[in-house]
Design a protein around this ligand. Sequence first.
Ligand SMILES: Cc1cc2nc3c(=O)[nH]c(=O)nc-3n(C[C@H](O)[C@H](O)[C@H](O)COP(=O)(O)O)c2cc1C
Length: 249
Amino acid sequence: MDSAMSSISQTELPEIDAKEFEKVVETRRSIRRFTDEPVPDKILNRCLDLAMLAPNSCNLQPWEFYIIKDPAVKKKLVHACLDQNAAKTSQALIAVVARTDTWYKHCDENITAWPDPKLPKLVEDFFSKVAKFQYALGPLGVLGLFKKGFFSIAGLTRPVPRGPYSRAEMKEWATKSTALAAQTLMLSLRAHGYDSCPMEGFDEKRVRKIMALPSKASVVMFVAAGKRSEKGVYNTRYRFDREKFVHTI
Ligand SMILES: Cc1cc2nc3c(=O)[nH]c(=O)nc-3n(C[C@H](O)[C@H](O)[C@H](O)COP(=O)(O)O)c2cc1C
């Protein structure tokens, strides 16, 4: 069975070599030119399985990954990706898509896919009632507006959930989990000796049309993949100082 399930024991944790992880993180670069060497399907699928182990909101897995195989479709998408070299030379091109319309079905699937013999009542209630209320916006978003109003008032005296209460907030909700999966995909590719480039530089309108995406699906980014060519890294990597970003409060 194709599955994103981990084969590693969750109870007896294996020794982890942090240095190997550091190597993966530090050698991952955004690669803009790839060699002609293909990414084997087996490796790409493994990396996608690992990507789907990314943390995600309520395990509702609001993501999709489209491997662009059809050369004619790829040609159009490369053009829609503004003919970026990373897209043009990619040996695998993956559209990483966030969905705001799969959460309800996935609530039910969380119940049927529960891996242990007994489904805890708390979990059943969460996926059959709580989550279904939490993410529902209702016809024309009316329920979302109602929840926003209700929780704004309730929130005057106690902490309350502040969303998602609108389509835009649902998009943000789905995008967060999907972006984590995209990053896990890129790190997995690196761990398997392959490279990647995330791309948000694309004409969204054209991409939606080429891929015939439903309105509640949005391409979070394309991930171009392959083996880095000699001129694949455009510049020496640098970041600003930690002090600028890390705060203690
Ligand atoms: C959301 C996102 C979108 C990006 N879009 C593009 C893109 O369209 N084209 C590109 O060449 N690089 C793109 N990048 C790569 C960044 O430019 C790159 O990550 C950054 O310069 C740091 O370099 P590094 O990834 O090699 O560490 C994107 C990165 C992210 C996270």
